[in-house]
Design a protein around this ligand. Structure first.
Ligand code: GDP
Ligand code: MG
Ligand code: ZN
Length: 304
């Protein structure tokens, strides 16, 4: 029998069966997944095969993944672990006010998702709080990202009907990310009466101010719609993206590369006859995207 892993405590896994039941499972012996070094490399979002469905299950195999996202070890020991697997959509919740999400943060998220081969969407929350300045900033960003082909929604998680969000997520496994305070938990709670996340507090930190261990966790909206909450998304780094490859994860720049004089070696920085730079001058590639690209290229952005 097949199921999808919803959460893991390290030795136990909660597995969602297609009929809506969730049962605790263990593994027996050593499970391996081709291409991964770890034994029992089970992550949230993994499809697994199960045996013995009385009160608990035994995971006997892990299905091949269509993608996975990694999280670097907090201690920068060079280790990383799979945070979640088989993601259909990466959703970033952003706000223009309280707190303000920078375009640099948005682009970093989009580039990383693109590098992992995961389609992206942006949810602009807290529409009810926009003043003139933050509304102007938002419309600039909407213009940039809609032109880039990113699905964008505007909502007030505390007030609006969120049918559009339901439609966006329906039938998919989506990862939900965003800075602390943008309204992720408020939105999740509104999406399903079964989800009861605490809101309005600094989460991810214990009372002593130390970082608590945070695992990805999956919630069910219906039997085919799943959302994954990923605490600590800041550590979702730009892993293993070379300088030459970086602009390939900006779709509007990728489309121009062949026209650069230095073709696949062009970093679109100081090279002559660069199609990307020309497009920026002509207003065809957004200045903010280009500036954020250069910042990622120089590595400045990586250390934040
Ligand atoms: N005004 C307003 N406040 C919101 C909205 N969505 C969430 N909030 C508030 O923002 C604060 C942080 O929300 P929370 O869901 O905990 O954010 P999270 O850290 O991303 O999970 C809470 O006090 C929410 O009530 C919104 O659309 N409008
Ligand atoms: Mg929260
Ligand atoms: Zn170029």
């Amino acid at each position: 029998m097949k199921g999808i892993v919803m959460r893991s405590t390290g030795s136990w896994y909660d597995v969602h069966l297609g009929d809506g039941r969730v049962i605790p499972c263990r593994t027996r012996g050593k499970l391996r997944l081709e291409g991964y070094k770890e034994t029992n490399p089970i992550a949230v979002g993994d499809y697994v095969e199960l045996d013995d469905l009385q009160t608990e299950g035994i995971i006997t195999a892990i299905h091949e993944r269509k993608n996975h996202i990694l999280r670097q070890s907090v201690k920068k020991t060079g280790h990383s672990h799979v945070l979640a697997a088989n993601i259909d959509l990466a959703v970033l919740v952003v706000t223009m006010i309280l707190p303000r999400t920078s375009s640099g943060f948005i682009d970093r998220f989009l580039v990383t998702a693109e590098a992992y081969d995961i389609p992206q969407a942006l949810i602009f929350n807290k529409q009810d709080l926009l003043d003139e300045e933050s509304a102007a900033l938002q419309s600039q960003l909407l213009d940039v990202y809609e032109k880039t082909g990113i699905r964008c929604l505007k909502i007030s998680a505390i007030a609006d009907d969120i049918r559009e969000v339901h439609n966006l997520l329906a039938g998919k496994t989506s990862l939900i990310a965003g800075h602390s305070g943008v309204g992720k938990s408020t939105l999740l709670n509104k999406l399903s009466p079964d989800i009861q996340q605490s809101t309005g507090e600094l989460s991810g930190f214990s009372e002593k101010g130390t970082h608590t261990t945070t695992f990805a966790e999956m919630f069910t909206l219906d039997n085919t719609t799943f959302v994954i909450d990923t605490p600590g998304i800041k550590e979702w780094g730009l892993m293993n993206i070379s300088s030459e490859e970086l602009s390939d994860h900006f779709p509007e720049m990728r489309a121009l590369r062949a026209e650069c004089k230095f073709g696949y070696r062009c970093l679109h920085a100081n090279e002559p006859h660069c199609a990307v730079k020309h497009a920026v001058e002509k207003g065809e590639v957004a200045v903010s995207r280009y500036v954020n690209y250069l910042s990622m290229l120089s590595g400045e952005d990586n250390r934040k």
